[in-house]
Design a binder for this molecule. Structure first.
Ligand code: CS2
Ligand code: MN
Length: 361
């Protein structure tokens, strides 16, 4: 595996590349261009400038998270073709710059969603929190406003102002899109872009829905093994793959993450792993936790063992972390807890590998 770290750019991240470089085993950052509106082509010069900045710090830029999908593509509107053409050009440009994996998601309107961004934990740290009861009856516009004002002054990934400005309109338009229609629209998109990915040697890695159930009556499809099985077959190519996010899928206890790693890993479809823990405290109520197995509901040893068993050669990153040691950063994306997460993943990986060798002797 190759360990990476998500970074929001020199202007928008409180974390410096030099700090990321000092985290043991990190070979690259997961980056994006944040100033190109959704649906537009990412210009070559801007991609190369980002790559140059990252490489000067001794790191690689082989994974992009995310090239977001224009709502017209998810809605299946006639205007989608123009945006799909732009997406193809983006893939070609990224391929030319040496990018190997594009993470994206197909969640209508909302990216990840939480009811609280700074839920206090007993040790004085805080983390993202989700309570379905608090979310289900609330006006989505109000919820989004709350998220935007409580984010320590940072723009949250997936919650960019241009997206939020047209929120009411977009919600209205989804009234005619159910899960079947969303699957059709995903298939239409993949059928057009996957041949371009094959040519450019860039793998697509869809991120699961977070949380993995429907919200505000909107359809969500990347939620469970059966649906993911269906989506990898929509276009049967290794370039149509997954970002296996343990915390997103793991918020539903019915999703068995080590099993998913083995299943989709054996098919060669996992290109990117997001590894983090969540702690269930009720039905559809959870908070994020440190990566340590004992602190959450997921067994990180079993997850890393599954990656080891499939001889995973793709990219891994720690996912959201808690806010600890008084850090003020973008919720979920501070330096300290994610760096601790990486150290823990390194420890598990080394121990699993060495134990296997001992058992062979
Ligand atoms: C989130 C998402 O769980 C996560 O990784 O932070 O915003 C994620 O980056 C997107 O859904 C990927 O497109
Ligand atoms: Mn994730």
């Amino acid at each position: 595996m190759k360990i990476t770290f998500r970074w929001f750019g020199e202007k928008d991240d409180s974390i410096k590349l030099g700090q990321i470089k000092q985290i043991p085993a990190v070979t690259g950052v997961v980056g994006a261009l944040y100033d190109v509106p959704v649906g537009e082509v990412w210009p070559m010069d801007k991609i190369l400038a980002l790559k140059d900045t990252v490489e000067k710090a001794g790191l690689e830029l082989e994974v992009i998270e995310s090239v977001n999908i224009h709502e017209d593509i998810k809605l299946g509107l006639p205007t989608r073709d123009k945006y799909i053409e732009n997406y193809k050009q983006c893939i070609r440009n990224l391929g030319k710059a040496g990018v190997k994996v594009i993470c994206y998601n197909f969640m209508p309107v909302f990216d990840w969603l939480r009811s609280e961004l700074a839920y206090n934990l007993p040790d004085g740290s805080n983390a993202l929190f989700y309570d379905h009861n608090a979310v289900k009856d609330i006006d989505p516009v109000k919820l989004v406003e709350d998220m935007a004002t409580n984010s320590n002054g940072f723009i949250l990934p997936g919650w960019e102002p241009d997206r939020l400005a047209i929120l009411k309109d977009t919600l209205e338009r989804y009234k005619s899109v159910d899960e079947e229609k969303l699957f059709d629209n995903l298939k239409y998109f993949l059928e057009q872009i996957i041949p371009v990915c094959e040519e450019a040697d860039v793998k697509m890695a869809i991120h699961p829905d977070d949380p993995p159930w429907s919200l505000f009556g909107l359809p969500r499809i990347v939620t469970c093994k059966g649906n993911i099985d269906r989506l990898v077959k929509l276009v049967d190519s290794p370039y149509n793959g997954l970002t296996l996010c343990s915390g997103s899928l793991g918020a539903n206890p019915e999703n068995n993450i080590p099993d998913l790693v083995r299943h989709f890993g054996a098919m060669g479809r996992i290109h990117f792993g997001h590894v983090r823990n969540v702690k269930f405290i009720g039905e559809r109520v959870f908070h994020e936790a440190s990566h340590l197995s004992a602190d959450g509901s997921l067994d990180l040893f079993e997850i890393m063992k599954a990656y080891h068993d499939i001889d995973f050669k793709g990219y891994i990153r720690p996912d959201h972390g808690r806010m600890i040691w008084g850090e003020k950063a973008r919720p979920g994306y501070g330096l300290y807890d994610r760096a601790l997460g990486i150290t823990y993943l390194n420890g598990l990986w080394e121990a699993i590998g060495k134990m296997k060798k001992l058992q062979c002797k």
